[in-house]
Design a protein around this ligand. Structure first.
Ligand code: HSE
Length: 311
């Protein structure tokens, strides 16, 4: 092989898809947990998964989102090489925190770096979209947030047009992860085919207000606008404890609460550290009262996105 033999590791953050009302449109990267993918050349063509990252994840490269994204990058770059891939999961499986998107992004970025970075942002997004479409459905909100960091707006998939938004400086996020797994594809099946005009109008108002709040830094407006009339009512029945946790978080002072991505995680928006910890406790207690253990974290928007760690 002509390239200098080497391996590269990249990591990517999880995120909150939809950020409430903007289904498949808004997403934000969340600081803290990351998935990490290492890739190295191998002599045979194709992608081999040496470590799937979790006993419940497939070692079949046709079903592992990082391997699918790596293969898509090789294809788009016209590379004939084969790769071995190792995955370390920092994000929960089927947790609604953008874990499969983070693996896809880290896999794509590591592979692109190994090739000398032939692909630009849109081609990386398209490669990850190929991977996620096979595993979790065709949407870019989590992928774009994980790759770019910050808060993103996905205007269109064809052509891919992603806009990075300003991040309100005072924005604090509380993530609650109840002990439940929900496959994104199953949660997407619950979405309604048709919605009432009044709900669409309210939804557009809310999503638009969130974009405005990003630029004015108005965390209270950002949180108030997290009022999802379309996905949340359809998905809440799949999520034991969610409505109680939402009520508890509101009572504890959260500006807004909704499902994180396709669930089961929920998130709350606050602007004060002390309130954030009270909200986290209230959400955890509500899930526990509903019979589910729950992990919470108080965090912020990740601004870095995907990172290459080793050359
Ligand atoms: N936008 C996606 C959904 C996020 O709500 O289904 C989950 O990956």
């Amino acid at each position: 092989m002509s390239e200098v033999a080497r391996r590269i590791t990249a990591s990517a953050p999880g995120g909150i898809g939809n950020i409430g009302p903007a289904l498949d449109v808004l997403g934000c990267a969340v600081a803290g947990a990351r998935d990490e993918i290492t890739v190295a050349w191998r002599d045979e063509p194709g992608v081999e998964v040496a470590d799937a990252g979790h006993p419940d994840l497939p070692r079949d490269a046709a079903r592992h989102t990082a391997a699918l994204a790596a293969a898509a990058v090789l294809r788009r770059a016209g590379a004939k090489h084969g790769l071995t891939l190792w995955c370390r999961k920092g994000l929960p499986l089927s947790g609604g925190q953008g874990g499969s998107a983070a693996s896809a992004v880290a896999g794509a970025v590591a592979t692109n770096a190994l090739l000398g970075n032939p692909l630009g942002t849109d081609a990386l997004l398209a490669s990850c979209l190929d991977a996620e479409s096979a595993v979790a459905g065709r949407h870019l909100d989590n992928i774009a947030a994980s790759l770019l960091g910050g808060i993103v707006l996905v205007r269109t998939l064809e052509p891919i047009e992603v806009i990075r938004l300003a991040v309100p400086t005072g924005l604090i996020l509380v993530l609650a992860h109840p002990a439940q797994r929900l496959m994104t594809l199953d949660s997407r099946r619950a979405l309604p085919e048709q919605v009432r005009r009044a709900d669409v109008i309210q939804q557009i108002g809310n999503a638009s207000a969130m974009v405005a709040a990003c630029y004015t830094g108005d965390v209270a407006l950002f949180g108030r606008a997290i009022d999802d009339r379309i996905a949340e009512p359809a998905r809440a029945p799949l999520l034991p404890g969610f409505l109680a946790a939402k009520r508890a978080a509101r009572d504890a002072g959260a500006y807004g609460v909704s499902i994180s991505g396709a669930g089961p995680s929920a998130f709350a928006v606050v602007a004060d550290d002390k309130i954030a910890h009270a909200v986290a406790t209230a959400m955890r207690d509500a899930y526990v009262a509903a019979g589910l253990e729950c992990a919470t974290r108080v965090t912020r928007v990740d601004r870095e996105g995907a990172i290459v760690h080793e050359k």
